[in-house]
Structure formats: structure tokens, C-alpha cells
Design a protein. Structure first.
Length: 280
């Protein structure tokens, strides 16, 4: 069961949508939601600050760092105040927290295993992603001890859900996790999508038996055949108007296999047009 909901707030459109989902879960589950803003210390260390210092008339590069830190700190507090006001007006149980550090690391450290982290896919510094070695959302999803929900740029009430299920441990956890809150937030339909390399009556029966055991909710089951990331991605995009959430196990492959073949989780995070909830 979800204990707390942590929402990453950075001022981007995606983060405000994440805030909407955080408040939504808070009200439905009667759990506290915490708006979190991390001032990314990499913004204080990158070479472009030297040019910024010159443009602003600081005599040395060192002069600008404390000033910029102060500005970023004030901006973060303003964003969190706006979140708290929004949350109170909509009836959520909220609090706020701010810290300095590497965003992904700080968020992961703040969260307990029973929490849920909600992040926008595209943060305010998304254009600097190559500089920062990948997206914050994916980094948090990899490192987090708790489930992570990655949102898009539009909020929609969650009524119909896709559960990606391959029968392995992470997907079983995803089924159990979804079962734990599906009724409370008002989910009406769960469509389970299982992608197999080829048709196999034995494997299909095994999947069905696992779902009957671990998914405590009425569901429909559809088998697809081929490469998991391609088939699942196609299905999500073709049915994006019908569903509001994808639930799946997070990073089920070994890191070596992911390096060679890629990760289905990473692919879906990057390409899904609807929010994705990743369960460890």
C-alpha cells in the first residue's frame, strides 16, 4: 500500500501535471502528498556560468555562485508555495520539501520503499539532458526503491489501465501493486498485455494462471507476438485515447543484457504517450 506520494516540482509543464496526479492520488487514497523541489547543483558547476558572470558584471566567476544559489533557492520556494496553495485548494493533504544536490539522487534518498514518486517526463532542464547524462525521470526509476510514475503533459482521470505482464517477478509485483489501489482510485478496466516471442499454449496458460493468482481485479488478457518493446509500444500508441495509465515492472533485464539489447522499460518510458507507472 502507498504510504506517501512524493511529487517532483521544477516549474515545467510536466511537473505541474505530475502535481495534478499527486493531488489526485492523495485525495483518492487519503495519503499525504509531498511537493519536492531539488536545486540541481550541476547548474552551479557548469562552464556556462563563467559567461553568465561576465554578462552580469561580476568580476570573478566565484562571485556569481552564491548569488545564483540564492536565486535558485528563492525560485524553488516560490514553486513549492504555489504547489501547496494548489493542493490545499483542491483538498489534498500536502507538505513541501526542498534540497540541493543531484536531482535523481536526492529524490531517491527522500523516498521510502512504501512511497510513490511521481515525476514529469520532461523537466525544466530537459534541453540540457545530454549534458546531464540522461533524463532525471529514468534515473529515478532505475535507482528508486519505490514505484515511480512518469507523467506526460496532460492530466486525465485514471479509469482504464494497461498492465504489461510477462510472468517474471517484476511484472508479478506490478500486478500485486495495481491490485492494492485499483478499487480505491476508481479504476474500471484493466487490460493485460503479454508479449511472447511466438505462440505457445503452455506459456499462455502459465501467464493466465499467474494473473488469476496475483491480480485481484477483473481483467481482459491479450497476447501479442514479437519483440516486447515494439509490440507494447504499438499497442499503447494505437489505444492511447482509451487508456490513461500503463503499469509495468521496472527494468526486468540484467544491466548487461540491457546494454546489448536495450531495455523495454527505457523504451516505453521514452515513447509512451500516456503516463507509465513502474514497479520494482
Amino acid at each position: 500500500m502507498i504510504s506517501r506520494i512524493l511529487v517532483g516540482i521544477d516549474g515545467s509543464k510536466s511537473s505541474w501535471v505530475a502535481a495534478d496526479y499527486g493531488i489526485y492520488f492523495s485525495k483518492k487514497l487519503k495519503r499525504p502528498v509531498i511537493g519536492v523541489h531539488i536545486v540541481d547543483i550541476r547548474l552551479l558547476e557548469t562552464p556556462f556560468l563563467e559567461d553568465l558572470a561576465g554578462a552580469l558584471g561580476f568580476t570573478t566567476y566565484a562571485d556569481i555562485t552564491p548569488k545564483l544559489k540564492e536565486i535558485l533557492d528563492e525560485r524553488g520556494r516560490a514553486l513549492l508555495d504555489a504547489f501547496a496553495k494548489k493542493c490545499r485548494e483542491e483538498g489534498g493533504d500536502c507538505s513541501i520539501a526542498q534540497a540541493f544536490g543531484i536531482v535523481a539522487n536526492e529524490l531517491v534518498e527522500m523516498a521510502d520503499p512504501e512511497d510513490l514518486i511521481i515525476l514529469g517526463k520532461k523537466g525544466i532542464h530537459n534541453k540540457f539532458a545530454p549534458l546531464f547524462l540522461g533524463s532525471t525521470a529514468e534515473a529515478v526509476a532505475r535507482k528508486s526503491r519505490c514505484p515511480v510514475m512518469i507523467t506526460t503533459d496532460t492530466f486525465r482521470e485514471i479509469k482504464k489501465v494497461i498492465l504489461a505482464f510477462d510472468g517474471r517477478e517484476k511484472s508479478i509485483h506490478a500486478a500485486q501493486y495495481l491490485s492494492s489501489f485499483a478499487r480505491e482510485i476508481g479504476i474500471e478496466e484493466i487490460s493485460v498485455i503479454s508479449v511472447l516471442e511466438e505462440k505457445s499454449g503452455e506459456k499462455e496458460k502459465h501467464i493466465e494462471e499467474l494473473l488469476e493468482k496475483y491480480l485481484d481485479f477483473d481483467f481482459t488478457l491479450k497476447f501479442l507476438y514479437g519483440y516486447p518493446e515494439e509490440e507494447l509500444d504499438n499497442y499503447i500508441k494505437e489505444n492511447k485515447e482509451n487508456y490513461q495509465l500503463v503499469v509495468m515492472g521496472a527494468f526486468g533485464e540484467s544491466r548487461i543484457k540491457e546494454l546489448v539489447l536495450g531495455s523495454t522499460t527505457s523504451f516505453i518510458i521514452q515513447h509512451s504517450p500516456i503516463p507509465v507507472l513502474l514497479v520494482k
